[in-house]
Design a protein around this ligand. Structure first.
Ligand SMILES: [Zn+2]
Ligand SMILES: [Zn+2]
Length: 251
């Protein structure tokens, strides 16, 4: 199996360090055929872009630089945050319509949409990180929120399910399978990725293996994700950025 794309990378437009051009050059240097620039939506505290229109600025920058950049396919997308219990994302649909790729994910620190949401969803999620019984309740709330997101937006990938905020990966995988949304195996963070792969296999959901690079040097660093899916014998044709490579006689 070979991975030909990294669909989740950040730049200095959100909380990354490099420019879009540096991420693109790094991806080409790793031999990838495709890379996505997917900065955080604007409501992430300390991590988000300045505003929704920043994504259009990034698109224009990438288009203008295209003649001098390596010849690989570049997607400009976003990693939008789920900012309410009914699955709202922190980007308006007019901007999402102009993106090449939409990643949606749960993140603990963001500006909630309303005081009610802050009290009923955002703050309980933060408290649940340190309280076992509250965790179970928020696991259901988070799963429901992400499923609402999938019903309301054209989500290509759910980023790092189960990282920091708990979700029911089986239920997510079941809904993803019907929608062709991929669950992410994120090599940039430590969390229970094996459970994601097993849930995807069980329900027939697709996976994406991404770096979530915040530095150009980490773009395309996907080896641990590849090793995991190979260990669990997850099929390449169900991974949106993988192709199966026939085994040679001596391999
Ligand atoms: Zn994220
Ligand atoms: Zn990210």
């Amino acid at each position: 199996m070979k991975l030909f794309a990294d669909y989740h990378t950040h730049t200095k437009y959100s909380d990354g360090r490099g420019s879009p051009a540096q991420n693109i050059e790094a991806a080409a240097g790793r031999g990838l055929a495709e890379v996505a620039i997917t900065d955080h939506g604007p409501r992430g505290i300390g991590i988000g872009v300045a505003g929704p229109e920043t994504f259009i600025t990034i698109k224009e920058e990438v288009a203008a630089l295209a003649p001098v950049l390596p010849d690989i396919k570049v997607l400009v997308g976003a990693e939008a945050a789920v900012v309410s219990s009914d699955g709202h994302l922190d980007l308006p649909k007019e901007i999402i319509d102009r993106l090449d790729l939409l990643i949606a994910g749960l993140h603990p620190y963001y500006m909630p949409e309303s005081l009610r949401e802050a009290l009923l969803y955002t703050l309980p999620n933060l408290a649940a990180r340190f309280n076992r019984s509250a965790r179970e309740k928020m696991r259901n709330a988070n799963t429901k929120a992400l499923i609402e997101t999938m019903h309301s937006y054209p989500v290509d990938i759910i980023s790092h399910p189960n990282l920091m905020l708990p979700v029911d990966t089986g239920e997510l995988a079941r809904v993803c399978a019907g929608k062709e949304t991929a669950l992410e195996v994120n090599t940039g963070h430590h969390y229970n990725k094996e459970e994601i792969v097993r849930s995807a296999a069980r329900w027939g959901a697709r996976l994406a293996i991404n770096s979530d690079a915040h530095y150009p040097e980490s773009v395309g660093e996907l080896a641990s994700g590849l090793a995991l899916v190979e260990k669990l014998r997850f099929p390449a044709e169900m991974i949106i950025n993988a192709v199966s490579v026939p085994r040679g006689r001596f391999s």
